[in-house]
Ligand binder design. Structure first.
Ligand SMILES: Cc1ncc(COP(=O)(O)O)c(C=O)c1O
Length: 398
């Protein structure tokens, strides 16, 4: 079997055939245009416009001033792993030890490490859609098949049919990827469904990769249900998390994984061959975020809640617009009747109204027909962007 392909053209040697199927991000297709324009309100990426809090920046600066510029341990500095263990244990109300934690250079790298650990050519992983495209493409990068199951959309929001998901698995299913609360829909898995899925995964010997980067951005409870609330320490579960969203640290590239202790040496080995270690000064910033950041997290949660309600009030009543108020994360996933080219519409809204949105088609099956708006920004900026967007939607942008 030939698993290489002359895909690059231009007389260059072959590259891996699996990479042929990898699309570049359609979110970037819109943002690349908008970033070169003046006066645009960018709501296309999953990030706040609030800069990282001062106490976090100060911790990094102090580390750099102190000369912490060297390589460090693969799994993360012990201070951060312990701080994460305390943080997770406090949040979940049960003991989660530092020996179960691996520090990564972002949630993104944690997802990639999980895929490197579980899937290869011939295997498959189940992924629900619409979803952040990176969750699908990492499966494909490994040469494995991403089996996609669409969430259903009803008047009360999005739901996942677990029985249909179970029916899609076979003997080559190595992982089930669950992003809850979800980007872009805000769909949030209930604790009951998490228990059902865990029981299934245990009985079938399939890993669950739980992407919980939005676990603290929840509107119907203080935080979203976590697999860590219901799983045993040696369940086939890895939980991916990140400093990006809770502490406004997207540019720092810092995340972590919680895994069964027996899996940690394998993941740690892979860390060596991917990025070797997260920068120490960034990890010191992570410790400060965990230890001093609760007030900041509460403030931003309150801002996101107000903004969520503002988006809903302003857009949901517009003729031809379908949206449920999301239970989690910080996106509105706006359904527009009759729209079958969300990329073209997102570009038009950008050019005509200077509002930067992500096209729903970027998020896989079930995504077309929608536009994603990140509402994690200052309310006045959001409000003015909503005025302009509403004008487009009322005029029948599709
Ligand atoms: C669902 C999901 N998982 C993971 C991430 C990764 O975040 P980061 O790589 O910044 O830690 C994101 C970022 O948008 C996301 O939306």
């Amino acid at each position: 079997m030939n698993d290489h392909h002359p895909g690059t053209g231009g007389g260059l040697p072959p590259i891996r055939a699996a990479l042929e199927a990898i699309e570049s991000s359609r979110i970037r297709e819109v943002s690349d245009i908008g970033m070169a324009m003046a006066g645009v309100t960018p709501l296309w990426f999953g990030e706040s416009d609030i800069a990282t809090p001062d106490f976090v920046r100060a911790a990094a600066a102090a580390s750099l001033a102190g000369g912490e510029t060297f390589y460090s341990s693969n799994a993360g500095i012990v201070e951060l792993r312990r701080a994460l263990a305390r943080y997770e244990s406090g949040l979940r109300g049960r003991e989660i030890g530092a020996e179960r934690i691996v520090v990564t250079t972002s949630g993104m790298t944690a997802i990639m490490l999980a895929m490197e650990t579980f899937v290869e050519a011939g295997d498959n992983a189940i992924v629900h859609t619409p979803i952040w495209p990176n969750c699908i493409q990492t499966v494909r990068i490994m040469g494995a098949e991403a089996r996609l199951i669409e969430l259903r959309h009803g008047p009360d929001g999005w739901t996942l049919d677990l029985d249909a998901l179970f029916a899609m698995t076979d003997e080559r299913t190595r992982a089930i990827f669950v992003n809850s609360p979800s980007n872009p829909t805000g769909w949030t898995m209930s604790a009951e469904d998490q228990m059902r899925l865990l029981a299934f995964a245990r009985s079938r010997g399939i890993w669950i990769i739980a992407d919980e980067v939005y676990t603290r951005i929840a509107y119907e409870a203080e935080r979203a249900p976590s697999f860590l609330d219901v799983a045993k320490p040696d369940d086939p579960l890895v939980v991916v998390n990140s400093f990006s969203k809770n502490w406004c640290m997207t540019g720092w590239r810092l995340g972590w994984m919680v895994a069964p202790a027996a899996l940690v040496p394998t993941i740690t080995k892979l860390v060596e061959f991917n990025f070797s270690c997260a920068p120490v000064f960034v990890q010191r910033a992570g410790v400060a975020a965990l230890e001093q950041g609760e007030g900041f997290v509460a403030e931003t949660q309150a801002l996101y809640r107000r903004n969520r309600d503002m988006v809903y009030q302003r857009l949901a009543a517009i003729d031809g617009v379908r949206m449920a108020n999301p239970p989690g994360a910080f996106y509105a996933f706006i359904g527009v009747d009759g729209m079958d080219d969300s990329l073209a519409v997102a570009k038009r809204i950008l050019m005509e109204r200077k509002v930067g949105l992500a096209p729903g088609s970027a998020f896989g099956p079930g995504g077309e027909g929608h536009l994603r708006l990140c509402f994690a920004v200052q309310s006045d900026k959001l409000s003015s962007a909503l005025d302009r967007l509403a004008a487009s939607l009322e005029a029948g942008v599709a």
